[in-house]
Design a protein around this ligand. Structure first.
Ligand SMILES: C[S@@+](CC[C@H](N)C(=O)[O-])C[C@H]1O[C@@H](n2cnc3c(N)ncnc32)[C@H](O)[C@@H]1O
Ligand code: SF4
Length: 344
């Protein structure tokens, strides 16, 4: 078979020497919030139901990824993954795969209070919960819904269910919550959650992102340092997107030094170490959040393709991964799909 210069190895390698082992699976493009950096007030034209992968199709693709492609970590995301009725069943099935991958969910936390115990019992390891503010009025301004209490309840339930470490994801927006970095860290330290700030990226459906408005990682660190002593984390970062810091004088629930992270995707891209591959809710493989290309695995699945044919289409998709996201390149084009549809 002609592999177009691609070495005949089973794993998801690319031309730049990277190997993808971390799979982000979007379970739905729908959401019950309308975060301004993500979606317009009226929502989006959701994917037609018949194009969405079924629960069984998702489990089959994850199985191919784990068994044939060397994927070791699965993150369920969206849209809002807790809106997917089959989530617990999917987690349960994936937990039975050999070799068993590590499994986490990125969620806005709404409904987590109800489902955290079932997710833990089904085999979920961890959750990442998005929390941008601790103030109800700001939550309403940012997410356009009054649901802060639901998110806080969800956090407590996840922690009590043992979905640890509970990680918090925060996006700071200029003139909305850009003064809250230290307060959020105080909250995280008090509860034993691990906080990570994410620079706002040009992935909103409205294409309203402006670099000048973005709160950059350096600014966030300066805010934190005004209140806390941060020391460089001696642990090698590997492919992790967050640069982490130890918060002097504070320990986490595991008794180790407490950490805070900054994901500076825009000002300090980490594309050279990227180990991610992505599957959209309608069965398209993407090799990058910012890429333009997609490979249709749903058509292969529904056309009766063998596992190895699907695996090889996935490998070919990853071989074409570009060196970097190129946000600073004058020719940069925001991807046609917003983050909520790709899976953040
Ligand atoms: C797209 S959401 C999907 C999962 C879930 N609904 C949630 O909010 O956690 C995944 C993560 O992407 C982040 N996000 C969304 N739009 C973003 C943007 N334009 N720039 C940076 N992060 C963004 C969210 O804050 C969230 O932490
Ligand atoms: S960031 Fe998450 S919670 Fe907010 S609108 Fe997007 S998908 Fe929904």
């Amino acid at each position: 078979m002609d592999l177009g210069g691609r070495p005949a190895v089973p794993t998801l390698i690319d031309r730049f020497g990277r190997t993808a082992t971390d799979l982000r699976v979007s379970l739905t493009d729908r959401c019950n919030l309308r975060c301004t950096y993500c979606m317009p007030e009226q929502g989006l034209a959701w994917l037609p139901k018949q194009t969405l992968l079924t629960d069984d199709e998702i489990v089959r693709l994850v199985d191919i990824a784990v068994r044939r492609l060397g994927v070791t970590e699965i993150r369920f995301t969206g849209g809002e993954p807790l809106l997917r009725p089959g989530l617990v069943r999917i987690v349960d099935q994936v937990a039975r795969l050999e070799p068993r991958p590590k499994m986490s969910v990125t969620t806005n936390g709404i409904g987590l209070a109800r489902i955290a115990d079932s997710l833990a019992a089904a085999g979920l390891d961890r959750v990442n919960v998005s929390l941008d503010t601790l103030r109800p009025d700001r939550f309403q301004a940012l997410a356009r819904r009054e649901r802060l209490d639901d998110v806080l309840d969800g956090l407590r339930a996840a922690d009590a269910a043992g979905l640890r470490p509970v990680k918090l994801n925060t996006v700071l927006m200029r003139d909305i919550n850009d003064d809250e970095a230290a307060d959020l860290l105080t909250f995280a330290l008090e509860h034993g959650y691990e906080l990570r700030f994410i620079e706002q990226m040009p992935l909103d459906a409205q294409h309203a992102w402006r670099r000048e408005d973005m709160v950059a990682g350096e600014e966030i660190l300066a805010q934190l340092r005004a209140v806390y002593d941060l020391e460089p984390d001696p642990v090698d970062r590997g492919a992790a997107p967050a640069e982490t810091w130890l918060v002097a004088g504070h320990t986490g629930l595991d008794g180790r030094p407490a950490k805070v992270g900054v994901i500076a995707s825009v000002t300090q891209p980490f594309c050279g170490a990227c180990d991610r591959t992505r599957l959209t809710a309608d069965g398209q493989v993407r090799n990058c959040l910012f890429g333009q290309e997609e490979t249709d695995l749903r058509a292969l699945l529904r056309g009766g393709a063998e596992d190895e044919t699907i695996a090889d289409a996935w490998r070919a998709a990853m071989w074409g991964k570009r060196a970097g996201h190129g946000i600073d390149d004058p020719t940069f084009l925001q991807p046609a799909r917003p983050m909520s549809a790709i899976g953040g």
